[in-house]
Design a protein. Structure first.
Length: 85
């Protein structure tokens, strides 16, 4: 696997506390989960028709809420880990 050096340097600086491996693992899980969600969404639209604009907006709002909760939990996890050290 080849990762552009500038991207790798940026990731290393952001992932310093967790480590590069943990950062990449989290990113891959995130990508996999998004791919699965897209696959589910495509299947549901094939089965039940396209989403209305209202349904699409509500879905994106829920995704934003989930992303915010994920970030909050990660920040709490970092804070807890810092207190234990």
């Amino acid at each position: 696997m080849t990762i552009p050096e500038d991207l790798l340097d940026e990731i290393r600086s952001e992932a310093a506390e967790r480590g590069l491996s943990a950062y990449v693992t989290e990113a891959l899980r995130f990508k996999r989960d998004r791919d699965r969600l897209l696959e589910l969404s495509s299947w549901m639209q094939e089965e039940h028709g396209p989403l209305s604009e209202e349904e699409r907006t509500a879905a994106f709002e829920e995704l934003e809420d989930l992303d915010a909760e994920h970030e909050r939990r990660r920040a709490v996890g970092k804070h807890d880990a810092g207190e234990a050290a």
